[in-house]
Design a protein around this ligand. Structure first.
Ligand SMILES: NC(=O)c1ccc[n+]([C@@H]2O[C@H](COP(=O)([O-])OP(=O)(O)OC[C@H]3O[C@@H](n4cnc5c(N)ncnc54)[C@H](OP(=O)(O)O)[C@@H]3O)[C@@H](O)[C@H]2O)c1
Length: 242
């Protein structure tokens, strides 16, 4: 995949991995449209980096996504679905249903809405790409983050099916599966080493260029392998030390 002189829309760009992907892609000579709900960090990102513009968009708002796609869809070469939330939740909390469903709505339905709105434009344009950001937890659930893990496993399955359905087009479908990465999302996790988002972005751009469709940086490739060879061991290792 060409990784310079492309127009790239990045969701979740107001923070963490999405923000660093945006700056790295802009530094590599691309035009980036950074999306998120909060204007201040997006404005700062745009002001500090040549080649980054921004748009506000809530992934739970289907009308806003459709408007964004109508305006920008015809010029987008690469759509990166990076936005997400991660919550520690008790599945036995009877008051917790709204929080559970909100996580599904952002992490999974949000990507489905974006792909639904942008895919026709990407298909028309040809030589384009969709990148869905899942997680190493797509391969083994963190029981403390049950809905998050379920959405990422679901996103992995969805991305594989999408790739298959778009195989006859010029749209390539990539999946970036980060391991624990040093961003605000992971700030409360202190007992596991974290990848820097800058290193993650470097590996991502390299592998995008090589057309590696499933990009599993750092510990993610080990987790993926262990999930096939020793799934019960991996589950215990992740969940029984707490
Ligand atoms: N950090 C890790 O260890 C790790 C590991 C594996 C996978 N990931 C995945 O990597 C992606 C980025 O995570 P991160 O670590 O960079 O998290 P982060 O720093 O918390 O950033 C999350 C981003 O998602 C956006 N977002 C949340 N809800 C949204 C909504 N309803 N509509 C639009 N945007 C929304 C936020 O923007 P606004 O608040 O401005 O809307 C923010 O830009 C996520 O999909 C996450 O699951 C992270």
């Amino acid at each position: 995949m060409k990784t310079t002189d492309q127009t790239i829309l990045v969701t979740g760009a107001s923070s963490g991995i999405g923000a660093v992907l945006s700056t790295s892609l802009a530094a590599a000579g691309n035009r980036v449209i950074a999306c998120g709900r909060r204007e201040e960090p997006l404005h700062d990102l745009s002001a500090k980096n040549d080649g980054i513009g921004y748009r506000l968009c809530d992934l739970q708002d289907n009308d806003a996504i459709r408007e964004l796609a109508a305006e920008l869809g015809p010029q987008i070469d690469i759509l990166i679905n990076c936005a997400g939330i991660s919550q520690e939740l008790s599945l036995t909390d009877q008051g917790g249903l709204d929080a559970q469903l909100k996580e599904v709505d952002i992490n999974l339905n949000g990507v489905i809405r974006m792909v639904h709105a942008f895919q026709p434009h990407l298909t028309d344009r040809g030589e384009t790409a969709i990148v869905n950001v899942s997680s190493a937890l797509a391969f083994v659930p963190d029981a403390a983050r049950p809905i998050y893990s379920a959405t990422k496993a679901g996103l992995h399955a969805y991305t594989r099916a999408l790739r298959h359905q778009l195989a006859g087009t010029d749209v390539r479908v990539f999946e970036l599966m980060p391991p624990l990465t040093d961003t605000p999302m992971a700030e409360n996790v202190t007992d596991v080493p974290k990848l820097s988002p800058e290193k993650l972005a470097e590996i991502f751009i390299r592998d995008l260029q090589r057309n590696t469709l499933e990009i599993a940086p750092g510990l993610s490739s080990t987790v993926r392998l262990l999930s096939r060879l020793a799934p019960a061991f991996l589950f215990r290792k992740l969940n029984y030390h707490r």
